[in-house]
Design a protein around this ligand. Structure first.
Ligand SMILES: C[S@@+](CC[C@H](N)C(=O)[O-])C[C@H]1O[C@@H](n2cnc3c(N)ncnc32)[C@H](O)[C@@H]1O
Length: 301
C-alpha cells in the first residue's frame, strides 16, 4: 500500500488534479504537508518574490511550475501565489472569518475544487503543517477535491467567486444541478448560512435555537455537507442543552460535534480537543445552567 493514497495526473478541462489510488475511508489523512513559504497579511509581488528568492533553485522551479490563472493580469509570482495559496489559520466558512496567513504547498496546490468536496484542508498551527482529510469514503479512481469558496453560498455567488479568483467555471456536482434541483440546493445552502446568525441570537430561547440547529443540520445532510460543516452546528445544539441543564442530551451533542471535528480536522485539532472537554463534562461550559432547567423539545422547523 503506497504511503500517499493519490497520484497527480492531468484531468480534462482542469489541468492537473489528484486521483485516489486506493479507497480512502472517511476521516483518513490523505496528506500532511509543510509550507514552501508563508505570506502574512496582503501579499504583493515584492513580498512573494522575497520569499521565493530565499528558496533553493529546485524549489523556485517548482513554485514557478504551479498554475497561474491570473496570467497577464498580475505579475507572475503574485499570480501564482493567488492561484495556489491555501489559508493557514482559522478560516471559518460559516462566520466568514478569513485567515491572515496564506501559504504555498507543492502537493496541496494540486487539489482542484468542488462545491461538494470530499477532502477538508485544515491548518495545524502546533505542527506548522496543513492536513487534508477525507470527509467521506472515497473510491479508488475518484478525484480528490477541496473547496476554494464558501459552499454555503448559492450557485451564482460561487460561480462568480471561482471565476474571479481562480479563473474557472465550476462544473461540480452541485453546480451542475438545474431547474428545481438547483433552486432547492441554493435555498438550502443560503438558509444554512442565514440560520447560523439566527442561532447566535437565540441564546435566551433554547427551544427555538435548537429547532433552527436541527433545520440547519437537515439541510447540510441533504446537501452532502454535514461532514464538512456539521460540527459547529452540533456544538451550538450542545450549548442550548447545557444552558438548559439537560446533561445527557448536552453530552450526546458534544459527542457528535467531536466526532465530526475528528473526522474533518483530526483528533488533535483545537476544535476536537475543545469539544472533547464537554463530552467528558458538559458542566464545564460557561453557559451550563444559565437558563431555567428544561427539556428541549418541539417540532422541527
Ligand atoms: C490550485 S490550482 C489546482 C491545480 C491545477 N489544476 C494545476 O494544474 O496545477 C487552481 C487552478 O486549478 C483549476 N481548477 C481547480 N478546480 C477546478 C475545477 N473544478 N474545474 C476546472 N478547473 C479547476 C483552475 O485553473 C484553478 O485556477
Amino acid at each position: 500500500m503506497s504511503k500517499e493514497p493519490f497520484m497527480i495526473q492531468d484531468i480534462p478541462g482542469k489541468g492537473r488534479g489528484m486521483i485516489a489510488t486506493r479507497s480512502i475511508s472517511s476521516g483518513e489523512m490523505v496528506l500532511a504537508e509543510a509550507p514552501l513559504f508563508i505570506q502574512t497579511g496582503l501579499p504583493t509581488n515584492a513580498t512573494v518574490l522575497a520569499s521565493v528568492s530565499a528558496l533553493n533553485k529546485a524549489q523556485q522551479r517548482e513554485f514557478f511550475s504551479l498554475a497561474n490563472c491570473h496570467r497577464g493580469k498580475l505579475p507572475p509570482a503574485l499570480g501564482i501565489f493567488q492561484t495556489n495559496a491555501l489559508p493557514c489559520g482559522f478560516n471559518d466558512r460559516i462566520s466568514m472569518a478569513v485567515a491572515t496567513e496564506g501559504a504555498i504547498f507543492l502537493k496541496g496546490s494540486m487539489f482542484n475544487s468542488s462545491c461538494l468536496p470530499n477532502v477538508n484542508n485544515y491548518w495545524v498551527e502546533s505542527e506548522g503543517k496543513i492536513t487534508f482529510r477525507a470527509i467521506r469514503d472515497i473510491s479508488s479512481g475518484e478525484e480528490l477535491y477541496i473547496s476554494y469558496c464558501s459552499c454555503l453560498a448559492d450557485r451564482e455567488t460561487r460561480q462568480v467567486e471561482l471565476k474571479n479568483r481562480f479563473g474557472f467555471e465550476c462544473n461540480c456536482t452541485a453546480c451542475s444541478l438545474s431547474g428545481e434541483e438547483r433552486k432547492a440546493s441554493d435555498t438550502r445552502r443560503s438558509s444554512v448560512a442565514k440560520l447560523h446568525s439566527e442561532i447566535g441570537a437565540c441564546g435566551a430561547q433554547p427551544s427555538l435555537g435548537l429547532r433552527k440547529v436541527k433545520l440547519a443540520l437537515r439541510y447540510l445532510n441533504e446537501e452532502g455537507l454535514l461532514e464538512s460543516h456539521g460540527d459547529s452546528y452540533y456544538y451550538d445544539g450542545f450549548q442550548f442543552y447545557t444552558s438548559s441543564s439537560d446533561i445527557n442530551s448536552a453530552k450526546a451533542w458534544a459527542k457528535k460535534a467531536w466526532e465530526l471535528a475528528c473526522r474533518n480536522k483530526g483528533p488533535d485539532s483545537e476544535e476536537a480537543r475543545r469539544f472533547d472537554v464537554f463530552v467528558q463534562n458538559p458542566r464545564a461550559h460557561p453557559s451550563f445552567g444559565l437558563l431555567t432547567r428544561q427539556k428541549l423539545s418541539g417540532p422541527e422547523l
